[in-house]
Design a protein around this ligand. Structure first.
Ligand code: ADP
Ligand code: MG
Length: 182
């Protein structure tokens, strides 16, 4: 059995979770053994389920450290990971271990934080992945393709869990304009 790593990245509302669920459901149809992990930090909608903004959902296992995936994930055909940006820097190595042992790893996560900076373990994971898919949202200001998650709320910590009340998808131009006014 041969494994590999797929990354699905993009801004908030770009459809990362939707795309992850789509790929995992297809693996399920093919009767593959799958396991979905998410960091315990993400409690936005549901303690256990992975839920997209258009309310698709799939059962998942919340874990505290990337390492925790090895035990359950090692015996799977496919391992899905959502909100991968919130994991520790051990994530690329753990994904590589799983892939080396024959697991197809699909990780979805934000490539940039609200300042437009690379987010946590995502850049390193993207570097070692066989496939990287970048998905895009729609800029709520002008309708162009959105690549950035613009924070409306006035909080300055990197991790601020929130929804449409705290963030909006913006294109390069509208993101830059917004940051100027801050
Ligand atoms: P992500 O995991 O990347 O945050 P989701 O898969 O949870 O994204 O949600 C994608 C869905 O969000 C879209 O199908 C759409 O229904 C909704 N949505 C809300 N705001 C936007 C936006 N600005 N651009 C695109 N989709 C949006
Ligand atoms: Mg998501």
């Amino acid at each position: 059995k041969r494994g590999w790593i797929e990354v699905i990245c993009g801004s908030m509302f770009s459809g990362k979770t939707e795309e992850l669920i789509r790929r995992l459901n297809r693996a399920k149809i093919a009767k593959q053994k799958i396991e979905i992990f998410k960091p315990t930090i993400d409690k936005r909608y549901h303690e256990e389920d992975v839920v997209s903004h258009n309310a698709n959902s799939i059962r998942s296992t919340p874990i505290g450290f990337a390492q925790d995936m090895l035990l359950l994930g090692g015996s799977c055909d496919v391992v899905g990971i959502d909100e991968a940006q919130f994991f520790d820097e051990g994530l690329p190595e753990v994904c590589a271990k799983l892939a080396n042992s024959g697991v197809r790893v699909i990780a979805a996560g934000l490539d940039m934080d609200y300042l437009g900076k690379p987010f946590g373990p995502m850049p390193a994971l993207m570097a070692v992945a066989e496939y990287v898919t970048k998905v895009h949202a729609v800029c709520v200001q002008c309708g162009d393709i959105a690549n950035y998650s613009y924070r409306i709320a006035a909080d300055e910590k990197q991790v601020l869990l929130g929804e449409t009340d705290s963030y909006e998808a913006r294109c390069r131009h509208c993101f830059k304009e917004g940051m100027k006014r801050k």
